[in-house]
Design a protein around this ligand. Structure first.
Ligand code: SF4
Ligand code: SF4
Length: 438
């Protein structure tokens, strides 16, 4: 694609990067067929190609964002299905990241939209605040319908509906500690316990620690870790995202220098995509660029790390698992076969639902901010999953777990919980009382 940026504009390295991404797009439109919002809404401006044109026009003309650009960029899930599909290697992820920062800096959103986004940014990344908010949300749940009757309050209706009816107790695994291996030591890793996941489903990190320590891996939960920054990064809140990234880079650098790390283990693929991008996010910061690149190189999804441990084949369990690959897993990190092979080696019969490339509509805060599109994508995803007639659904991202669980009665677990169980761990609570052959 031809571009018309001035030399003065291109002197800004971030604009120069956006321009080089734009130039790669050859308008072929292959990406439209796999874009969930285009497939759902049928509007070219809600396709990757349409959004690329809107971003080009806005940046080239040095214009502030307007309502049209914001509407269509806000509808983008950042699922990155378009990145997987694009034959020209257009780096849509970094282009839309740049556009979101530009929007945040140049566009005044309506009051309620600003307020809702500020509440999400101030609550979700902080486990204590999030836990308190979920407790309040349970009280407000009977009134969810009232919020739904006013357009600007629909996100609050979505939040109340998504709040779980029962909140698990806080887990000791979320606290700073060193978990020593119970077999011959063969590795040392840091575990990101995360923000929202540690509150919504602490069993995931508990299974991770149990499994890794049984396999001879020392697991450190370092003091000072926090949210990876992904939630605010996708809102265009660059400074907050970078500050969260710098804090984690400092914490893990300290661990690398005192004891060494084979990996930084992440159990939520949405966080994994962002941490693997820390090197890029901090590339213009001379005091962090190198450290951040080192952390990104060590970042591993739990299933990626387990694949390196060569787990033995287990006997068949007679249990059918539908594997839902989160967008951040298959598109963001390009991790495709590993989790399925691990589940098969663990003895499960694995089914892949149709339209596996399409997002479930969770996408960070998307199911709160864009509840109508999100609900359509959830219904489509659940239909495809249920068509495989699974006993259990497995996935690698807490956002997908919460979203899909709200649309089906089939139990949905993190992949690592099933692997832990198959290799000698406890039967997951969600499966207790269910008739399964294992
Ligand atoms: S597939 Fe790639 S090159 Fe083709 S229109 Fe989409 S982004 Fe552009
Ligand atoms: S990231 Fe997903 S929703 Fe956004 S343009 Fe690409 S395919 Fe469409």
């Amino acid at each position: 694609m031809q571009t018309r940026f001035s030399l003065e504009q291109l002197a800004d390295p971030k604009v120069a990067e956006a321009e080089s991404i734009l130039r790669k797009c050859v308008h072929c439109g292959f990406c439209t067929a796999t874009c969930p919002t285009y497939v759902t809404l049928g509007n070219e401006l809600d396709s990757p190609r349409g959004r690329i044109y809107l971003i080009k026009d806005m940046l080239e003309n040095g214009r502030p964002a307007d309502e049209e650009v914001v509407t269509h960029i806000d509808r983008c899930l950042s699922c990155l299905s378009c990145v997987t599909t694009c034959p020209s290697g257009v780096d849509y992820m970094h282009l839309v990241d740049h556009a979101r920062v530009h929007i945040e800096k140049t566009y005044q959103r309506p009051f309620m939209n600003r307020f809702t986004r500020a509440v999400l940014a101030a609550v979700l990344p902080y486990p204590a605040r999030f836990r308190a908010a979920l407790s309040l949300a349970r009280l407000g749940r009977p009134f969810a319908g009232l919020f739904g009757s006013v357009a600007a309050l629909k996100p609050f209706e979505a939040m109340l509906k998504l709040a779980p009816s029962r909140l698990p107790a806080a887990s000791p695994v979320s606290k700073p500690a060193t978990h020593t291996p119970t077999a011959d030591k063969r590795g040392r890793v840091a575990l990101l316990t995360g923000c929202a996941q540690s509150v919504l489903d602490p069993a995931i990190n508990e299974a991770t620690v149990r499994l890794l320590t049984r396999l001879g891996v020392e697991v450190v939960v370092p003091r000072g870790e926090g949210c990876c920054g992904s939630l605010v990064h996708h809102m265009g809140r660059e400074e907050q995202a970078l500050s969260e990234a710098r804090r984690n880079v400092d914490v893990w650098t300290r661990e690398i220098e005192n004891g060494g790390l084979d990996a930084v283990i992440i159990t939520a693929s949405g966080c994994g995509t962002t941490i693997k991008d820390y090197g890029h996010m901090l590339r213009h910061d001379p005091s962090y660029a190198e450290k951040a690149a080192r952390v990104s190189a060590l970042a591993k999804d739990i299933t990626e790390y387990l694949t390196t441990l060569e787990l033995p084949e287990q006997k068949r369990q007679g249990i059918t698992v539908a594997y839902h690959s989160a967008c951040s897993m298959q598109h963001g990190q390009q991790i495709k076969a590993g989790p399925k092979l691990l589940l098969e080696a663990a003895g499960f019969a694995v089914k892949e639902p149709g339209e596996g490339h399409l997002c479930c509509g969770s996408a960070g805060t998307y199911n709160i901010m864009q509840p109508e599109i999100s609900a359509k994508l959830k219904a489509r995803k659940v239909k495809n999953i249920e068509a495989t007639k699974p006993d259990i659904i497995a996935t690698g991202n807490i956002g997908c777990i919460t979203q899909i669980a709200s649309g089906t009665a089939v139990p949905i677990l993190h992949t690592v919980e099933l692997i832990d169980w198959a290799y000698g761990g406890e039967k997951p609570d969600k499966l207790k009382g269910l008739k399964l052959s294992a």
